[in-house]
Design a protein around this ligand. Sequence first.
Ligand code: 5MM
Length: 344
Amino acid sequence: MNNHALIDTATALVADNKGLLAMDESTPTCNKRFAALGIPQDEDFRRTYRELLVTTPELSDSISGAILYDETIRQHTQDGTPMIAVLIAAGIIPGIKVDAGTHSLAGHPGEFITEGLDGLRERLRDYARLGARFAKWRAVVAVSDDLPSRGCIEANAHALARYAALSQEAGLVPIVEPEVLMDGDHSLARCREVTEAVQHAMFAQLHSQRVLLEGLILKPNMVVPGKDSPEYTSGSVTAEMIAEATIDCMLRTVPAAVPGVAFLSGGQTPEQATERLNAMHVHCGTRLPWAATFSFSRALQQPVLDIWRGDVANTQAAQRALQQRAECNHAARRGAYLPSMEPA
Ligand code: 5MM
């Protein structure tokens, strides 16, 4: 393990006010998003769509890294160039999702454990050989009055730390993603309480597993009320309240040695996710010991899919939508986003 190389990669991923494009949807998730828009769900359409994303002009002005899925890292563009080579040529750091998805946690109804540790050392070696420089593992935590359980928090924290240590051993920067879900009717305060407990447990495990904090990126949820909560449906929680709750929570849990916190969007609309990231910099910018940026999937890609719809005639317009969302988030990282930047 080369600590300097890990630190350089982690630092580059959050430099220059840029953020990450998460395009690592597994085949079932990608197909689900395609099905919702009537796009055929086969490998060729997934390949064509991912080619659209990675060949978007000037993407590297706002995007530092892209998280790929196993299928994509092995695919080529129509002219025969490996997808990963297109990213590298554009100055975008390629990464890879390495978890094997979430499964029911035995003995814990309604809770999940992320699998994929078996054989991970060999898979990481293979991905490094293909050119990946960072990895990603997502754990999900459901919230209710009784959940999450201690067992769920600890099992996922341990798996995240085991994965992070193996990634660093392979020379890949681990992105650790403990996602507290927006599903449910819980309050903003409850999301904050759970997020704090989950991250506290995870950083304790990262310490136990001797993970180099300077060589990882945290990908957390923003602290938001549940989608079915009165706070959410009434719209009474402002971007400023979410920004304050999120940053207060991160300041209590994320050591200053970590170079960056790259938020997932988690089901927020693209505009909400951008506005809330912007509010973190406007209202809390002077208090941040690490870079606070984005690693969005849906909040970057949904407008792209809505325009593309599987039709090659829409490719350029869809790429413009990706450029535009990436630029809005690039501005948000400086606290310089304005709603007037949105397309009419
Ligand atoms: C939470 O999901 C991650 C961030 O996406 P959003 O910004 O849309 O919340 C995302 O990287 C996720 O891990 C991938 O889409 C893969 O998901 P699946 O469910 O296919 O493993």
